[in-house]
Design a binder for this molecule. Structure first.
Ligand SMILES: Nc1ncnc2c1ncn2[C@@H]1O[C@H](COP(=O)(O)OP(=O)(O)O)[C@@H](O)[C@H]1O
Ligand SMILES: [Mg+2]
Length: 234
């Protein structure tokens, strides 16, 4: 399986935008790529159809034609912690379903971009969490760091947890969450230094707050050479 697992310092910090941008970039290289959102919480009804926003965004950015059910095999109505959303529907999050979904997509695409849910370590079941799932996939990890006060600590804790699961933090993306963040450049410099020194992890790009954060616009903020290295396309 080729591709990456996209995690983040928190929820709502740009994982979906960055995942869609990575898919857009892979598609532009002429590669067959598929987005995967194994667990998605929060659906809405659009034109009579039940839709999860992340699943749709990843599906739209994929270069192979996929269904919502293929991109998101485990969707819940409530926009809350997934194990709580599952309990509300008296359903369980089954590891086998999530792994099988990834294998099915990997058979159809050269690259898989898997978006995690929330941060790196989110409970799915009593003995199974999102980090276990990432470890089972074994893909290199991309960490999206939402730029705001506290993000250095969140990034370094996430990086340690990723390594503790035997995974490689292959790169990170800085995404602007707080446009008025004090000492933004100094924070960015510390993130660069510490993630490089402790984890040999390069910055793949710095994304400003965009008027329209569509996949092409976000991809334009990412570093081509770094993405080639991430996906072993050198
Ligand atoms: N760089 C950006 N510029 C403008 N809006 C952004 C940017 N990054 C994220 N957003 C917006 O912030 C919200 C959360 O981003 P999203 O990618 O869905 O986060 P996550 O997947 O981590 O929950 C979305 O509405 C998204 O469009
Ligand atoms: Mg998301």
């Amino acid at each position: 399986m080729n591709g990456c697992f996209v995690t983040g310092t928190d929820t709502e910090i740009g994982k979906t935008r960055v995942s869609a941008a990575l898919l857009h970039w892979l598609g532009k290289q002429g590669l067959r790529c598929a987005g995967y959102k194994p667990v998605a919480a929060g659906t809405e009804t659009i034109d009579g159809e039940t839709v999860n926003e992340d699943v749709r965004a990843l599906r739209d950015a994929s270069s192979v034609a996929l269904t919502d059910a293929e991109v998101g095999p485990c969707q819940f109505a409530a926009a809350c912690a997934p194990h709580i959303a599952a309990a509300l529907e008296r359903r369980a999050i089954e590891p086998d379903v999530l792994l099988q979904g990834a294998s099915t997509l990997a058979a159809r695409a050269e690259y898989l971009v898997v978006e995690g849910v929330g941060g790196f370590c989110v409970p799915f079941a009593p003995d199974f969490d999102s980090a276990d799932f990432a470890a089972a996939l074994g893909l290199p990890v991309v960490l999206v760091v939402g730029l705001r006060l506290g993000c250095i600590n969140h990034a370094l804790l996430s990086a340690e947890a990723i390594r503790a699961r035997g995974l490689r933090l292959a790169g990170w993306v800085a995404n602007t969450v707080d446009t008025a963040m004090p000492h933004r450049d100094a924070n960015l410099a510390t993130l660069r230094d510490e993630l490089e020194r402790r984890h040999q992890s390069p910055c793949l790009g710095v994304v400003p707050r965009l008027a329209s954060p569509d996949p092409a616009a976000v991809a334009a903020c990412l570093d081509d050479a770094a993405l080639r290295a991430l996906f072993d396309l050198c």
